[in-house]
Design a protein. Structure first.
Length: 239
């Protein structure tokens, strides 16, 4: 699933290059790096109803900007985020409370979004530019189906159905660009992305046949992404 999404986004990137190459104020970049969950999204506290149990993951994004002036631009950011869902605390609690051995498979939070906003560019030298970004847009958060199985007692399990939600989110970021040759630059960025999601119905199914519903549960989403990328500018930045 992750590979298919990366390939799809890469193809979209190549198409965008062809579409926008006729203009001289455009820049397109692609970046990749680790994603660090923070706040409630990273919490493993079993008594925290907003705990996301999210671990460090990976972030991938495409970025297009239109330079209004040398110092300001409008931008569009499309990103995918994957953070492992940490089940260690829940497994340990189940093992301790039941005296049995429980197992589960690894699953990942997946997030993708479309963000629009503005960016400021502060040239330190002809080749070195500091960037500051403010974006907002639509985010989608998904967690696939997963289950806990009792290895000590046969046919004993409980399953959490797939959950999905969408929300308005925001991105505050900074970084710098280094133009190693005309048109091309290397980018180093740090971005904070936040949103508040509500899951309409979280369903838990048990091997006994009973089903529990937990409606309108809140999930705060906070991540810090550090990325390295490469960008192409359709006009020369330095000579």
């Amino acid at each position: 699933m992750i590979k298919k999404k990366v390939i799809f986004i890469a193809l979209a990137f190549l198409l965008s290059v062809n579409v926008f190459s006729q203009y001289d104020k455009n820049k397109i970049s692609i970046s990749l790096g680790p994603s660090f969950s923070v706040g409630d999204f990273s919490s493993k506290n079993l008594f925290n109803t907003s705990a996301g149990d999210a671990n460090t993951g990976i972030n991938f994004y495409l970025y297009y900007c239109y330079n209004v002036t040398r110092n300001y631009s409008f931008g569009l950011k499309i990103f995918d985020n994957f953070n492992k869902y940490n089940t260690n605390a829940r497994i340990n609690d189940l093992n301790y409370s039941t005296g049995n051995v429980w197992t589960t498979k690894s699953v990942y939070w997946s997030t993708h979004g479309y963000l629009l906003g503005v960016a400021a560019h502060i040239p330190e030298t002809k080749k070195f530019i500091i960037d500051i970004r403010f974006f907002s847009g639509y985010l989608f958060l998904n967690l696939p189906e997963y289950s806990f199985t009792n290895s000590s007692i046969s046919n004993t399990w409980f399953r959490f159905d797939k959950i999905s939600s969408r929300a308005i989110g925001y991105n505050i970021g900074t970084g710098f660009s280094y133009y190693f040759i005309p048109h091309w630059d290397i980018l180093f960025n740090v971005d904070y992305i936040g949103a508040n999601f509500i899951f309409a119905d979280k369903i838990t199914t048990y091997s006994t046949g009973s089903i529990n519903h937990y409606r309108n549960s809140k999930q705060t989403f906070d991540i810090i992404n550090a990325t390295v990328g490469i960008g192409y500018n359709f006009s020369k930045i330095f000579h």
